[in-house]
Write a protein that binds this ligand. Sequence first.
Ligand SMILES: Cc1cc2nc3c(=O)[nH]c(=O)nc-3n(C[C@H](O)[C@H](O)[C@H](O)COP(=O)(O)O)c2cc1C
Length: 454
Amino acid sequence: MSQKRQLHLGLFLFSTGYHPAGWRLPEAVTDGAFDPQFLERVVTKLEEAKFDFFFLGDRLASGADEQYSFPSQMVRLEPFTMLSYLAAITKKIGLIVTVNTTYAEPYHVARMTASLDYLSKGRLAWNVVTGADQRAALNFSREKHWDNAKRYDYADEFVGVVKKLWDTWEDDAFIRDKETGEYVDKSKVHAINHVGDQFSVAGPLNVARPPQGQIPLLSAGTSERSQELGAQFSSAIFTGEILIEEAKKFYAGIKGKLNKHGREPNELFIMPGLVPLVGRTEEEARAKYFELSQLLVTDFNITALSNRIGIDLSSYPLDGPLPDLSLSTLPSEKVKALVGLAEQASGYKDISVRELFYYFAATARGHLLIIGDPEQVADQMEEWFVQEAADGFNICPPYMHDGLDLFVDLVVPVLQRRGLFRTEYEGSTFREHFGLSRPDNQFAKSATLQGAVH
Ligand SMILES: Cc1cc2nc3c(=O)[nH]c(=O)nc-3n(C[C@H](O)[C@H](O)[C@H](O)COP(=O)(O)O)c2cc1C
């Protein structure tokens, strides 16, 4: 396995594109969410480019209210079903399933993840979320979505139980000796007899230990509790950061928490979202940005934008200049940096309120938008990587398919030429793509230790 630090790249799937108006471009696909051929085309492209993973998010509630702001999130395939299909048509790429612990049972999740790790030959990872959508409660016979503390108390114990269940069958538990008729070595099968505040689970699991031993976990919450969960258990953390200085602080903060869990900084990868708006030239990329901006369906409600920059913009004309930024309630460096990103996107200074609005509409979900030619996009990625703001990126194409194709065809080769990204897969499992070793079985280990005492 190569020792040189390299970028990790994954796709964060938005079937209508990350930009709210991405699906309205003349060349865009509008109905990929339920189309196996769409998915096959996407995942094949990713695997040819040697991406680390394909990632599907999930939510447990829906409604038509998001059609103008985030259409791809309204309806989509159930993650285990979709990824089982993708596992069958791919060979190398990692697959990340999202499971919300708040509305699940550990035994179910342990078996489903272990099963999919088998079907994908060790390519699965689990994005552990606790859910931010209040409406989910109403779909699961509850009156209210739990608060942050309760959700993470539940998630912490949940993850601990699943991790134990995965280890209940030691790797060499199966003898399958035709001569003696002995199929399994009983001493290598373990109950867990877990009794905690939230769960009581006896075990063992009814699936053998998954190919990766322990399936890697990912987390993506913003709260302190989520970061703690990530520092303890996760192999990667997804974030949404658009300012490099803040991203560097987040990066250092998380890596600084690892020591107390007995972990090394290179065991956890920080992966912000990145929306690459790539053109063959800078002008082409910017023209696409303007085209997307014009296609937004919006009443220019300025409240969210006002909060974002700490200035009430309601009395400023949409096509007039921005107010004096020193009026902001936010730290002035931060506001200047945010407005600077919007100016960079437009390609000139002194942008109007409308242009600022367009920028924040394009990045409303908090991921970094980079507009430019292939070298410019690669430059910014390299800067974030070298300055330890990121170990890689969760790529969110602004529209499909070209938004992904342009990144793969034009930017990935630049990254490869610079030695920043692999040109071949060195391994075949999710763990191997990230250089993570396969953990020992916790029960086998304690048996070995006990053996050593005698
Ligand atoms: C890149 C990224 C992807 C996320 N994907 C999901 C998702 O698919 N489903 C979900 O419920 N939450 C998702 N989240 C949100 C969190 O994972 C988290 O569960 C939620 O925000 C509530 O936890 P918190 O209070 O710690 O933020 C995502 C967050 C980020 C930054």
